[in-house]
Design a protein around this ligand. Structure first.
Ligand code: KG4
Ligand code: ZN
Length: 333
């Protein structure tokens, strides 16, 4: 079975052509550099870039005759509305022109699927999932395939967003996550005792805005502070918090494994920290290239839903900027 995957939820335009588990081709263009002067993604600019990139990339990804394609999978949310519409309209146009079935894929679920797709079934379920991206921070319990229960989320910033904001305080351009990681390698993680927040009566929820503010105050108080020490201490505090809450989740929920997804999960210091803290527990990280936004995870999850659950969508498929998570997650208070 050949699936065309389309991803355009934020500032990356990506296509992938998958034959079963095999990637036939994949292409990606990012407008990240253009957003640098704004310190974060400028939605209108992102949409325009998707518009410009969509057809040239589509031409490149098509290494087979469209007649051979069996399914078109598109990320239909969550994300920026203008960006989502670009991918969705492209997918619908192709579905009509090529007379191929269409399926909408939840981008966040696809981030988690990126660490599951190489495993043969049966998967080690029930399991926990930790999504740490620029837009989301979720801790989920995965009961059965496709059944996610939200058990923790951020009450303010997503972790990747906190990396980007702290990065901009220490003069690193957007997206700062990978640069914070690089700088942190040369710094002292115990130089500043930063701490991520806790949420009253919600032990599995996250809060990173106080941590971000402590970094800001430290820089204001100590203009000569070493940026490397600040980066290392910030990263240490953030990852310690993820470890603490994941351990807590494992006390509360039965789980045979922990799956990771999202841009921050390619951070090597994070991977090391979890490996040290969960020595005998199965941890599954996505291939670093699949941690970040990509269309391979969209095609793979679309194909999985189509084959396992016979799911297809109609041309009425809507963009879901805020995906109502009750569609796939039940909140456990
Ligand atoms: O998953 P992703 O590509 O996009 C969203 O769905 O949001 O994640 C992008 C986020 C950005 O905030 C970026 O700074 C962060 O992931 N990121 C990292 C690293 N690589 C990307 N954060 C920390 N360490 C990294 N190595
Ligand atoms: Zn993403």
């Amino acid at each position: 079975m050949i699936t065309l995957g389309i991803e355009s939820t934020c500032d990356e335009t990506a296509f992938a052509l998958m034959k079963g588990q095999e990637v036939l081709s994949h292409v990606i263009a990012s407008s990240a550099e253009l957003h640098q002067e704004f310190g974060g993604v400028f939605p209108e600019l992102a949409s325009r870039c998707h518009f410009e990139n969509m057809l040239p990339l589509l031409k490149k990804v098509l290494v087979v005759d469209p007649k051979e394609i069996d399914l078109i999978a598109v990320a239909d949310g969550p994300g920026l509305i203008g960006s989502l519409l670009m991918g969705l309209q492209t997918a619908k146009g192709l579905s009509i022109a090529w007379k191929k079935p269409l399926i909408g894929v939840n981008h966040v679920e696809a981030h988690l699927f990126a660490s599951m797709m190489d495993l043969s079934k049966p998967w080690p379920l029930p399991a926990l999932g930790l999504v740490i991206s620029g837009g989301h921070t979720f801790l989920v319990q995965i009961d059965k395939e496709g059944e996610y229960h939200l058990i923790g989320t951020t009450v303010d910033d997503a972790l990747g967003e906190a990396f980007d904001k702290v990065g901009s305080m220490i003069d690193l351009p957007y997206p700062a996550g990978p640069l914070v990681e690089k700088l942190a390698k040369t710094g002292n993680p115990t130089r500043y005792a930063f701490k991520a927040g806790t949420v009253k009566e919600k032990p599995l929820h996250f809060s990173f805005s106080g941590l971000k503010t402590s970094v800001l105050y430290t820089l204001q108080k100590e203009p000569e502070a070493s940026f490397a020490d600040v980066a290392a201490s910030f990263q240490e505090a953030a990852f310690q918090d993820l470890v603490k809450k994941s351990k807590k989740a494992l006390e509360l929920f039965e789980a045979n494994a922990l799956f990771f997804g999202g841009g921050v999960s390619c951070n090597q210091a994070l991977r090391k920290k979890f490996e040290q803290n969960f020595a005998d527990f199965p941890l599954y990280f996505p291939d670093p290239a699949l941690s970040l936004d990509n269309a391979i995870m969209i095609a793979a999850l679309g194909a999985e839903k189509y084959q396992t659950f016979s799911k297809v969508d109609s041309l009425d498929l809507k963009a879901k900027p805020r995906y109502s998570f009750s569609e796939w997650m039940k909140v456990i208070e």
